[in-house]
Ligand binder design. Structure first.
Ligand code: AMP
Length: 282
């Protein structure tokens, strides 16, 4: 496994691979790697000759300074995990390397960013687009891998790369969960003992909705059910719960599994903000 901190050196190496006719997959991450990230790496390894994992905590996508400051970091463990997976290349740039000057670009997501995460984390997706377009420009991968855990991000990146006509296939990978259903997230390590225990209720209530959606008369009835169930736990504060169309992200009221609705939720559990989603058709 080779590790690079500088763009120019990484690009030289990737040029070598390209000259040998090898395909390249990119897995962008912010580190503190867990089995969710590793599933993306495995998917890329299956589909490409060379897998590049980037590790960079992107400051421009954090709307909350505290979240940025406390974002978990475990670079040694990350490298160990990636070595075990036989990852080919790790790109770990510093902030100066990625942003020698402030990135002033603003992106038009045609409304995809006005709901859910975009509504509660102003500027977040613009920051995501800044870093993802940079990484895609630097690595120029054949394929790039994103988790369905960040469902809105995935839809927005697909939209962005299509709109900018970037020659890359965006590959979606399923959500990897803990045994009790909690979606894996780097932020889970920040949950205190009791908060960690109740956090599994988030996925349990989503599964319940998915498995019994014909029990509900409308999306509003589902929301009421979800909010009342989670309100039993005083340390949980639901920020939003929406059932949205899987392509347009607009609210849907048709709960038929075939209608393409996705239930998305953001919940504060103590001081940690968690997101999760289920596709009603899964
Ligand atoms: P992050 O390091 O949180 O920016 O995540 C990097 C990539 O890993 C993103 O595409 C995430 O959607 C994906 N990811 C994070 N957690 C999971 C998970 N539990 N299952 C699948 N993919 C995930």
């Amino acid at each position: 496994m080779e590790t690079f901190e500088h763009i120019a050196r990484l690009q030289n190496r990737i040029r070598d691979f390209r000259n040998r006719g090898l395909t390249v997959g990119l897995v962008p991450t912010m580190g503190a790697l867990h089995a969710g990230h590793i599933s993306l790496v495995r998917c890329s390894k299956k589909q490409n000759d060379i897998t590049v994992v980037s590790i960079f905590i992107n400051p421009t996508q954090f709307n909350d300074k505290d979240d940025y400051r406390h974002y978990p970091k475990s670079p040694e463990n990350d490298l160990k995990l990636l070595r075990t997976e036989k990852c080919d290349v790790v790109f770990m740039p510093g902030e100066e390397e990625m942003y020698p000057e402030p990135d002033k670009r603003t992106f038009d997501f045609e409304g995809l960013d006005t709901v859910m995460e975009g509504k509660f984390r102003p500027g977040h997706f613009n920051g995501v687009a800044q870093i993802v377009t940079r990484l895609l420009d630097i690595v120029k991968p054949d394929r790039a891998y994103f988790g369905q855990k960040d469902f809105q991000q995935l839809v927005i990146i697909r939209h962005l790369t299509n709109r900018l006509k970037m020659p890359v296939d965006i590959i979606a990978c399923p959500i990897i969960r803990e045994k009790d259903g909690l979606a894996m997230s780097s932020r889970n390590v920040r949950l205190t003992g009791t908060d960690r225990k109740v956090a599994s209720e988030i996925s349990q209530v989503l599964f319940d909705v998915r498995d019994h959606c014909n029990r509900f008369s409308s999306a509003g009835a589902v929301r009421e059910y979800v909010l009342s169930r989670l309100s039993l736990f005083p340390q949980m504060q639901v920020e939003y719960f929406e059932i949205v169309d899987e392509k347009t992200l607009q609210p849907v009221d048709d709960l038929q599994p075939s209608a393409g609705g996705v239930c998305c939720i953001a919940v504060w559990v103590g001081k940690v903000r968690l997101i999760d989603n289920v596709n009603l058709n899964s």
